[in-house]
Design a protein around this ligand. Structure first.
Ligand code: 8YV
Length: 331
């Protein structure tokens, strides 16, 4: 007897190769238009699906989870961060949640390093002078940025991505400092040549560059609050490729406007996809570099994320524990 294939609803367009394999394995409902689904459409999907495959652009909140059909058993997030999902409500309702860790580590660390370089060396501002016609030739005092080598990099959140950034930072001659919920093992600290700061405030006050690499959880919401941002020196550069919510964005804008912070590179925003008009003005003035949440955007990475989703769904549907189960202790 053939077993009925599980109904899997995928909320956004995924790479073709991923979609094709999902269609072979499951009763997969694709979103060929790639238009983000409304809350009503998500509710309809969750009423019929055995498995939902959402992305960072879907808000799977307690209300939606409460209305999910009895058959709905797995939310297999296409993404590492799960702050778009009310995991506690899902688990309480007996729905397993999985994510896609590991496969976007190196790409996101690359983009973080690229943002650090872009902000410190004014790459975007400089590149724009050629197409906009304001470049008239070299000058000894024009477009000067800050040297990277020899500076101190403070990493807020020393998980996989933080560690991958630390390795890149070392190669660029930065000295590595970090703050994390848990201190790394002495061996790993030695390998990364990293200095641990139990006090985030104290670390912030001493860094030349600060990079946010922690997930957004209730405990990290506005971790870089107005008070904490003020600990930083006016020469400090701040980079965020994690989640906008970790920084009090209004407070950050005020500091940049006042010249209390030298610059910022942001790949994520507090009210994504909306970007504050004040940040746009700061970008026009060359004070911030803004990217459209593209930290993990490589073709290879997206395929590997899809493969992880497939393994999680298949393993779960075969009655085993999926490899990337999200547990309450991780939140
Ligand atoms: C992903 C991300 O592109 O995985 C994450 O947590 O922030 C992104 O890099 C996105 O989440 C896909 O859903």
């Amino acid at each position: 007897m053939t077993r009925k294939k599980p109904v899997v609803v995928v909320t956004r367009k995924l790479p073709d190769v991923v979609e094709t394999r999902m269609c072979e394995l499951f009763d997969t409902r694709l979103n060929v238009t790639d238009r983000p689904m409304s809350q009503a459409e998500l509710a309809e999907a969750m009423a019929i699906a055995d498995v939902l495959v959402p992305t960072v652009t879907d808000r799977i909140d307690a209300g939606l989870i409460a209305r999910a059909g009895e058959q709905m058993k797995l939310i297999a997030n296409f993404g590492n961060g799960v702050d778009n999902i009310d995991v506690t409500s899902a688990l309480r309702r007996g729905i397993t949640v999985t994510n896609t860790p590991g496969v976007l580590t190196e790409d996101t660390a690359d983009m973080t390093m690229a943002l650090i370089l872009a902000v410190a060396r004014r790459i975007v501002e400089g590149a724009q002078t050629i197409p906009n016609g304001t470049y008239s030739g070299w000058s000894p005092t024009w477009m000067l940025g800050s040297r990277i080598t020899g500076k101190r990099l403070g990493i807020v959140g020393m998980g996989r991505i933080g560690q991958a950034l630390a390795r890149r930072g070392r190669a660029f001659g930065l000295s590595i400092h970090y703050h994390n919920r848990r201190r790394l093992s002495p061996q790993l600290e030695e390998q990364l040549e990293a200095t641990y700061w139990e006090s985030l405030d104290q670390m912030l006050a001493r860094m030349d560059i600060v990079s946010v690499n922690c997930p957004h959880t209730p405990a990290t919401f506005h971790l870089l609050s107005a008070r904490r941002l003020k600990q930083m020196r006016p020469s400090t550069l701040l980079v965020n490729t994690a989640r906008g919510e970790v920084i009090d964005e209004n407070a950050l804008v005020r500091m940049l406007e006042a010249g209390d912070l030298a610059g910022a590179g942001l790949d994520v925003f507090e009210h994504e996809p909306a970007v504050s008009p004040k940040l746009l003005r700061l970008a026009q003035a060359g004070k911030v570099t803004l990217l459209p949440h593209m930290g993990s955007a490589t073709r290879e990475g997206r395929i590997e994320m899809g493969e992880k989703v497939i393994i999680n769904v298949k393993t779960f549907m075969d009655g085993h524990r999926p490899p990337d189960r999200v547990l309450p202790a991780m939140l």
